[in-house]
Design a protein around this ligand. Structure first.
Ligand code: F6P
Length: 322
């Protein structure tokens, strides 16, 4: 089976980017090990603190963030980091050529039930003019990403990654510690009859999403003329993995629950990397108003509505916004 290195070389990734990706994945392997130890290592449960988003931090959120931060800061390849668990950007090396944004442990509430969680990341060039502690360099649209992916800590540890030449899936071979290519160039089916959304928020949704979901729920008796099935992992990384593997549509729309947080998912380290992976696999990623990867960020923890997955289904959903 092909190793990650060979695939990255075949895809034309520059050497420094390959070295950075390998460094980042070394951190993810360490996280994978810590996660798998679970209660044996005393890593489950919450800390007493909240992160910048006002969410309770799990011990594994803090541990995973620290592992990534330490390894990336010392690598020399990274100028600065932005993380879900850090209020501001973390300056690394003034000579670093890359910016890395990550959610160190997406879906961390799933740690309590031994269910799917993962690390999501995106990588962009660091502009020459920027100082390492300058957050404005992170405010680039997703079209500027040079690589993005996630590591899914499930029954096996898997990596989905793109450098802009297709989306490939790798599986961590724990016998020798390498990621091996297990599916290249995945193609998301254009049609689907499976959707993922947290329907407990239905009464807070905007009208276009209410209309779209009502059509799906009406099944073969409604305008779509077929029955749909619903899945919800409560970890974006798990839901997106399923959509990449067999198609579907994943949505986290804006809602009116809390006017200060109109929507849940963050652009830099959740929506953008997943959008890049999905587009490279033939899928579509939209906010309802436009392409996710073209949103110009105004701050590093910005939230966006997310509608992502099989081409025809996302387009049908987005048509409700017009
Ligand atoms: O980071 C946010 C997140 O955990 C996503 O991974 C997931 O899709 C979503 O929140 C789950 O939200 P809810 O609590 O509404 O099910």
């Amino acid at each position: 089976m092909k190793r990650l290195n060979s695939q990255l070389q075949q895809d034309g990734a520059p050497l420094e980017l390959i070295l950075l990706i390998r460094t980042l994945l070394a951190a993810c392997k360490e996280i994978s090990f810590r996660v798998s130890q679970g209660a044996l290592a005393g890593v489950l449960g919450s800390t007493l603190s909240e992160n910048v988003q006002g969410e309770t931090q799990k011990k594994l959120d803090v541990i995973s963030n620290q592992i990534l931060k330490d390894i990336l800061s010392e690598s020399g390849y990274v100028k600065a980091i932005s993380s879900e668990e850090e209020e501001g950007v973390v300056p690394c090396s003034e000579d670093g050529n890359y910016l890395v944004s990550f959610d160190p442990l997406d879906g961390s509430s799933n740690t309590e039930i031994n269910s799917l969680i993962g690390t999501i990341f995106s990588i962009a060039h660091a502009p020459q003019w920027m100082e390492a502690n300058d957050p404005s360099a992170f405010l680039q649209p997703g079209t500027q990403m040079v690589a993005a992916g996630y590591v899914l800590y499930g029954p096996s540890t898997m990596l989905a990654m793109t450098t802009g030449r297709g989306t490939h899936l790798y599986t961590l071979d724990k016998t020798h510690g390498g990621f091996l290519l297990t599916k290249d160039n995945i193609q998301v089916p254009e049609q689907t009859s499976e959707f993922a959304i947290n329907t407990s928020n239905a009464r807070h949704w905007e009208q276009p999403i209410q209309d779209y979901i009502n059509d799906l729920l009406a099944g073969s008796d409604g305008p779509r003329g077929k029955d749909y099935n619903m899945r919800w992992v409560a970890a974006m990384v798990g839901d997106i993995h399923r959509v990449l593997c067999r198609g579907g549509i994943f949505m986290y729309p804006f809602d009116k629950r809390n006017p200060e947080k109109p929507g849940k998912l963050r652009l830099l380290y959740e929506a953008n990397p997943m959008a890049f992976l999905m587009e490279q696999a033939g899928g579509v990623a939209s906010t309802g108003e436009g392409r996710i990867m073209e949103v110009m960020p105004t701050e590093i923890h910005q939230r966006v509505p997310v509608i992502i997955g099989s081409k025809e289904e996302v387009e049908t959903c987005v048509s409700k916004y017009q």
